[in-house]
Design a binder for this molecule. Structure first.
Ligand code: 8YV
Length: 311
């Protein structure tokens, strides 16, 4: 039976499938020094967007040929190091587009119409003392999408139903879409009423939503982030929100999950979600199945179904 190294906890159904077909060892369970003796026995590693495979771990797995990442984002795995060693890398794209896009639109409506704040208002019994303050209309507004990849486009398609005007910024122009491209994130933020962050994470997008971008979004502007906390300068975001320099934010991702900046916990202008963009039974199951199919395909035929584009 081939040996597979599991990095961190995974979806239970994926773990079951893996155990049925392979000799799975959970990295967290092995004693110190285990990999010095047994590292060469692993041809495959299965990781997640939360904990990936870094260069140091690859060095301890000299026979590693494939890394399968449960999740579309794979910035926790060092793809450059994998490439140097001829290690194939797969992720789980597309199957989560619907749910992550739904989360973005849900967050946008929640923060602008203040549904979560209104729910707290009712639960506190405040309704008996007077009406809830007026909120901001969503339909017909200008929405900027930062990163018009597969998830960004799924968000845009949904928003077309709200008659919003859509523009985007991506590193390069996206062909075949009816949306205007803004040259910089600042220009997009200055143009829109709400900025939705849908880029990938990693070094290339770190701090892309800077203090200057938030300044450009302005006191009537909203931020929605369903991509990675690292894309936003979090201290600058906290300062902008507490100082009223942007109107509100819906955040599914944070710089140091599961830690959320304490200042945000008491702010009614912020919707805080615990990284649940893809967290439905249907989507997680589809992600688990795709991860497993990648693993099997590679172990049996030497090819991946959804390899990452860099390799
Ligand atoms: C999951 C994600 O939370 O796919 C991603 O990149 O961030 C989410 O779908 C994650 O994969 C779980 O590890």
């Amino acid at each position: 039976m081939d040996r597979v190294l599991q990095i961190g906890p995974l979806l239970p159904s994926l773990e079951r499938d893996m155990r049925e077909h392979y000799d799975v060892v959970l990295l967290d369970d092995v004693p110190d020094g285990y990999l010095d003796e047994h590292g060469a026995e692993f041809a495959a590693a299965v990781a997640s967007s939360r904990i990936g495979v870094d260069r140091a771990l690859m060095d301890r797995l000299p026979s590693l040929r494939v890394i399968v990442n449960f999740g579309v984002g794979y910035e926790t795995t060092d793809v450059e190091a994998a490439k140097e060693r001829g290690i194939a890398v797969a992720n789980t794209p597309d199957v989560l587009n619907d749910c992550v896009a739904d989360t973005a639109v849900g967050g946008l409506i929640d923060v602008m119409r203040r549904f979560s704040a209104a729910d707290r208002f009712v639960r506190r019994g405040d309704w008996t003392r007077g009406p809830f303050p007026l909120a901001t209309k969503v339909s017909g507004k200008r929405v900027g999408i930062l990163g018009l990849g597969r998830i960004g486009r799924a968000i845009a398609r949904r928003l077309e139903g709200f008659d919003v005007e859509i523009a985007y910024h991506s590193r390069s122009r996206v062909e075949g879409v009816p949306y205007a491209r803004m040259e910089t994130p600042e220009k997009l933020a200055a143009w829109c009423d709400a900025l939705i962050v849908a880029t990938s994470g990693g070094a290339g997008t770190r701090g892309l939503v800077s203090a200057a971008v938030l300044e450009a979004l302005g006191p009537d502007g909203y931020l929605v982030n369903i991509s990675r906390g690292s894309v936003v300068d979090e201290p600058a975001l906290v300062a902008a929100l507490t100082g009223g320099r942007i109107a509100g934010a819906a955040l599914d991702v944070f710089a140091h999950e599961p830690d959320v900046p304490a200042e945000l916990l008491t702010l009614d202008s912020v919707v805080l979600l615990p990284h649940i963009g893809s967290a439905t039974h249907e989507t997680r199951r589809a992600m688990g199945d795709l991860a497993f199919r990648n693993l099997r395909n590679f172990m049996e035929k030497g090819t991946l179904i959804t390899p990452v584009p860099e390799i």
